[in-house]
Design a protein around this ligand. Structure first.
Ligand SMILES: [Zn+2]
Length: 254
């Protein structure tokens, strides 16, 4: 697990602490916002992704668009931004939330529970969502406007019925891996740029796991949109900033 790899690394310990705080926050506790300033990374205006860079496009799927089952407000606006951004990258990986019918993260799977309430599961607090991104449905398809023919990998997550996976690296039980870390390592891709939906859940959890795994990580803010449940958007940016993740804009690229 990442936690073991982090032992003895002071900066990572700090990131790990922030992550735990953020996890509590996004678990729906509604706790006070995290400390730490949210600052924008200095824009260089001339970032040139190289051979070791990869654009990670998180969950730009019908379910998270305005007409989907778990709509992210203005989620459709990221599509043209990401299409343009992807042209600057040799390496692009797409992800899909890919749930079984009756998945444990669905409110409908728990009697008497409504979407956006929480429940305690073996691995911790789980936010309950409307049924979304069910395997093989049109709702789970990539957004039709997404135009990234040179994407090299589509990685799916959330397909174990008893555990959710916001992160595209590690499921919510913190043990089940998707294999993406191994893929990136084998290909020598360690400069990670993250975009997609939603900023404060799957984007943030993926970015934090990549960072905890020792990679250089940037999140491109205007290529993301958030859900903002109980202040989760500010909490996500605080956690990411504290972890040493750069906050960029698409205009920062050459
Ligand atoms: Zn999901």
């Amino acid at each position: 697990m990442y936690a073991n790899e982090l032992e003895g690394k002071t900066t990572m310990k700090s990131a790990s602490h922030t992550r735990r705080s953020f996890l509590r926050m996004t678990a729906g506790t509604g706790a006070a916002l995290l400390g730490g300033s949210v600052t924008k990374a200095l824009a260089s205006g001339a970032i040139n992704p190289g051979a070791s860079s990869v654009l990670l496009v998180i969950d730009v799927q019908n379910c998270f668009l305005p007409k989907g089952t778990l709509p992210v407000e203005h989620g459709d606006e990221v599509v043209p931004v990401i299409n343009a951004l992807s042209k600057k990258f040799e390496n692009v990986v797409l992800t899909q939330d890919w749930h079984t019918p009756g998945h444990t993260s669905f409110a409908s799977s728990h009697e008497g529970k409504n979407p956006f309430e929480t429940i305690e599961l073996d691995y911790g607090t789980q936010v309950l969502w409307p049924d979304h991104c069910v395997q093989g449905t049109d709702d789970a398809n990539l957004a039709p406007g997404l135009d990234i023919p040179h994407a090299q990998l589509i990685i799916r997550k959330g397909y174990h019925s008893e555990v959710d996976s916001y992160s595209t690296f590690l499921a919510a039980d913190k043990e089940t891996k998707t294999g993406l870390t191994g893929y990136l390592k084998e290909r020598g891709l360690d400069d990670i740029y993250v975009c997609g939906l939603a900023t404060d859940f799957c984007v943030a959890w993926s970015a934090l796991d990549a960072r905890a795994g020792g990679m250089k990580v940037s999140v491109i803010e205007d290529a993301c949109r958030g859900i903002d449940l109980n202040g989760s958007l500010d909490a996500a940016w605080s956690a990411m900033t504290d972890a040493g993740i750069a906050r960029l804009q698409s205009g920062d690229f050459a």
